[in-house]
Design a protein around this ligand. Structure first.
Ligand SMILES: [Zn+2]
Length: 268
């Protein structure tokens, strides 16, 4: 099973100028393939990196911000070859994305929603079972879009956590307890706090607050200030302060999670 990053950028400057791509990431196992947060460029980067959307089983769209949901309709279209082979794919997303909530208008056109096999909004702590061995549990966030969700995906004996966009809150470590791998959307460096977002210091606090730390963590959704501070220096800082292998996401980065899991377990 592998994780494939198709983008690693976040925040307005990086997004608007495409300083880094904002196409999300894929989790691919033999029997299950999911694209997470298809921001602008998701289709193009998928094709470029041979991550064919028509093989997807699921799409996960965490919230209504455009760097997470822009290509959602497009990915549904590609997954189904239009209506030519409609009725494929499960979309799991925030209530705002699927139906609209408060000031956040829904991001999926009914035309595309109707192509899916299933389109299901989840709120924090709700679970969806894809099969007997694969399930996804939505996690809590504190973000501008109040229905924003992260997840813990249980698949092939591994637990993969994704924080989505959030700021640090009391209890976030517990949300991801038991995860083998954790993917953080970390916009800012050091303790440079921005409301609704994570900084490197927040990553350190979250990991150190866990009873059992993950085997490895991935840092993505990097903003301009994070880049200016030096992304390798931030990665090193997080790794040194948590004692957990820390990897910076980059376009096209592909990691075999079972292989990484056994490698890290040997080191413990
Ligand atoms: Zn956001």
């Amino acid at each position: 099973m592998e994780i494939v990053f198709l983008g690693n950028g976040g925040g307005r400057i990086v997004l608007d100028q495409q300083i880094l791509p904002t196409a999300g990431f894929r989790i691919n196992s033999k029997n299950f393939k999911m694209h997470v947060d298809p921001g602008p460029g998701a289709l193009v980067k998928s094709i470029e990196h041979k991550q064919t959307p028509w093989e997807l089983d699921a799409l996960f769209v965490s919230h209504c911000h455009i760097d997470h949901c822009n290509d959602a309709n497009m990915m549904i279209e590609s997954l189904n070859f239009g209506n030519f082979r409609g009725g494929r794919g499960t979309l799991i997303g925030a209530e705002s994305v699927v139906n609209g909530k408060g000031t956040f208008e829904k991001q999926l056109d009914d035309y595309f929603k109707n192509m899916l096999k299933l389109c299901k909004p989840l709120s924090a702590s709700q679970t969806h079972k894809f099969s007997d061995s694969i399930s996804i549990k939505a996690t809590k966030t504190v973000h501008e879009d109040p229905s924003d969700i992260g997840f813990v995906l249980s698949i092939e004996g591994l637990k993969i956590g994704y924080t989505s966009d959030t700021e640090y809150f009391q209890g976030i470590s517990e949300e991801y307890e038991g995860c083998d791998f954790l993917i953080f959307n970390c916009l800012r460096p050091d303790n440079d706090h921005l409301e609704f977002h994570f900084s490197s210091q927040d990553v350190i606090k979250t990991v150190n607050g866990m009873k059992t730390k993950p085997l490895a963590i991935f840092i993505t959704h990097l903003g301009m200030k994070f880049l200016n501070a030096g992304k390798e220096a931030q990665q090193k800082k997080i790794e040194e302060n948590t004692g957990v292998k820390t990897m910076l996401a980059s376009e096209g980065l592909k990691v075999d999670l079972h292989e990484l899991s056994s490698k890290q377990k040997k080191l413990v």
